[in-house]
Each structure stands twice: as structure tokens, then as C-alpha cells.
Design a protein around this ligand. Sequence first.
Ligand SMILES: [Zn+2]
Length: 484
Amino acid sequence: MESVYCKMELHPQRPNSLPLFSLLLLLVLPHALASINIISEGIRYMHSEILKDEAVARLIELGKVSDADGFLERTFQSPASVTAGNLIRSWMEDAGLHTWVDQMGNVHGRTEGMNPNEKTLLIGSHLDTVIDAGMFDGALGIITALSALKVFKSNGMLGELKRPVEVIAFSDEEGVRFQSTFLGSAAIAGVLPVSTLHVHDKSGVTVQEALRKNSIEITEESLLQLKYDPESVWGYIEVHIEQGPVLETLGLPLGIVKGIAGQTRLRVTVKGSQGHAGTVPMTMRRDPMSAAAELILLLESLCKNPEDYLSYDDHCTPSSVQSLAGSLVCTVGEISTWPSASNVIPGQVTFTVDIRAMDDLGREAVIYDLSSRMYRICDKRSVQCLIERKHDANGVACDHELSSQLRYAAYSAHDRISDEKPDDVPILMSGAGHDAMAMSHLTKVAMLFVRCRGGVSHSPEEHVSDDDVWAAGFAVLTFLGTLV
Ligand SMILES: [Zn+2]
């Protein structure tokens, strides 16, 4: 899934946002740079031996931990997943962290800092993968966090963090095995239904049984106890590959995530009149394929130019439409016909619609307008339409203050590592779901995106350059420096 660049955020607002950003730099820069300079003493090459060389080596090592021969696959509680968890746990200990594995298989590493009673900063991402995955999705967020903490440990400064910091390698984000995403982070956030324990995979093994196979006993009661107390948590940050082409297009290694898009999935069924391709005159046809084509083109036009379609009534405000212009993406990814033969006018066509946008009201307005226009087209073509709503998830806005701190950290990394010297850090929207989405139910969240080659992800072609791994690690280090 790809991310969408919020053009409206970076360019038209730049004159206003830059002074605010500069003010933030003035406020935090001296303190943070002082911390970083202390950390830097006696260490050459900007900690590249930990933040770059070792981090890249670890990404490669973790990328080889797979359940499959010849490609990367790690699903919830699979043998490779357990091996990966153990490896990550050893790296957590190497960074000076106290470690444990919880009853949902999440791997935790924690340092108490100066004051164990302060609220905790959580940093995380997922250790599971899709099938035939790349080695950066999920792993990059875990490894950059551990590298940054290892620099603190190497400099004897772990104890100077003013609040506890906990890295969590979540056991499941991709949902490949149980078709239920965020098993790990949703449990920590307290939003995982207890019934999930009884969901089974293709072999009939339940979540509870999969954990038991690895000597982890979980009950409905103990699942509820995995939820963190919101009062004990300060915030959550996540580093993740962008999984889209925007940062590469801009020529920059890092970007800040404004929010994670809300999503609706529809299934549209169009029923017409099945017939012989050679004998039914064109004027007498009720062809659901042609109707579906018109519906799909309507979707494309509406989502490209929502302002031309949506009316400003109860369903849509001008601000919703403005927001949609920067974030709305719509996709028909799956289509099937019956009986699907070259010499038959189909009797039925079914296709999916995936609609994503930051603004939940705007997304609702699109669905309302799209549905009514689709039904009108079907009436005009004398075919029957059924539009079913299959899935809904509201968007998540990243926390402004936490994002500003992360933005400063990214700016610092751009400035000190990258050849590119932008006067601002790009702000992007995430069209893909991340653990931060689940964690937003527990605490404020912020995300840092890292450039990936060609915007390619969920593929062995997925690639982040060594220098960009370094920049990401340095940004986390700088962020942690503001906590000293
Ligand atoms: Zn991911």
C-alpha cells in the first residue's frame, strides 16, 4: 500500500509553517544538539558503525530468518517468527535493555532512564512479514530504535534519559496467518477483541493454540491484562519505510507522517442479462460489463477531482473537500465476471472498491455521492446494482507536538547526514495501516517515513539505502536526545 504526499501541506503552507518550525528549532535545537554533541564526543563518523554498518548488517541477518526457502516469510508464531524474536531480544540486550516476551508474542526491551515513575516513550514496529516480503518493512523500525539506544548505552547515557523508553517488536501487523491485523499492537492498546484468540488459520489452528505451541499460555483474562495503562505511557513513535514513491521523487530520505488514512472497502455487484455474444443486438443488451466500466471510470473521475462532484450540503463541508484533494485515493483491485467466457455477454460483474482519505467525513461524502451516482448509472443502463460496505476504519491523525519533535529530528538528520539540504521536512499521509494505528487508541502517536527505492514494498525488491538507514537511526537518536 502506498502513501500519498500532501501537496497542500508542504507548499501552500510553507510560508506559515516554516516560522513555527524555526521557532521549534530555536526552542529544542540548543538543548538537543548539546546532548548529541555530548554523545558524539570521542566517536567519529556520526556513530556510523552502529547506526549504519551494524544496523544494515542486522537488517540483512533478520531478512534471512524465514519459514520459506528462497523467499522471506514470517507469520505470527511461526518457527522463523520465534527465531526472529529471539534474535531481536539479543539485540535489545546488547543495547542495554531489560527484555521479555508477552503473552501475545510481542518482544519488549526497556530502559528505565532517570525516573522509572515517568511516563514511558514506546517505540515499535512489527517483526512479522507478508509472503515473499522485503527485509525492511517492520524490521527497519525495530532496528533503528535499537541502534539509537545502543549509541546511548555505548556512551554511558542510557541512565540519563529522563523517562523510560521501551522498544516493542510487535508479533503481528500484516495479518497473513489469521487474516486479523495488529494482533500484537492491538493487544497492547487494549483494542483486540478476546474472541480473536479463537480465530483459526487455514490449518484450523487457533491464535491461542499457535501461542501454546511456543509455550505461551494466554487466556481471555490474561489478554485483557496485556493492555497498557494509558496513564503510564507518554507517546508512541514508529519508523517505517514509506512504501510509496514520494520521498524518492522529492530526493529526500525522511518524511513526517501527518496521519494514517481511514479506509472503506465496498463490493459492487452489477447484474444484467446474460446472452449470446453473436445474436443479441447492441440496442437490446443489458450488459453488466459495460456498466461496470462506466462505474469504475466514474470512481476514477470523482476521486481525481472530488471538488467537481461533491455538493456542499450536510454530507460535505468545504474543508472536507479541500482535505480530500490532498489525500483521497480510490482503487478497483479485483473484478470477476460470470460466466467469464469470450463469446458470452456476462450475466454478472462484481468488483471491489477501496477508498482511503485522511478526512473521515470527506470519505463518507465520497461514498454517499459515489453510491447515488452509481445507482443512477445502473438505472439508466437497466442493470441491477448492489453496493455492499465490507470494511471501515477511521483515519488516525498523528500528534502535532510529537510530530514536531520528530520533524526536528528528521531535519537534523537531513542536515548532518544527507547530501540533500531541504529547508523543511516533507509531510506525508500514510495510505497504509501501521501499528501506530492500533497504538493511537492508547496514546498519542507520530511516525517517521524512510525513502525506499522505487516506492516498492511487500516485495523482495524492497530496498532502503545504507545511508537512509543511517539517517533514520540518527533521527531516532536525535529524538531521544531531546529526552535527555
Ligand atoms: Zn509494515
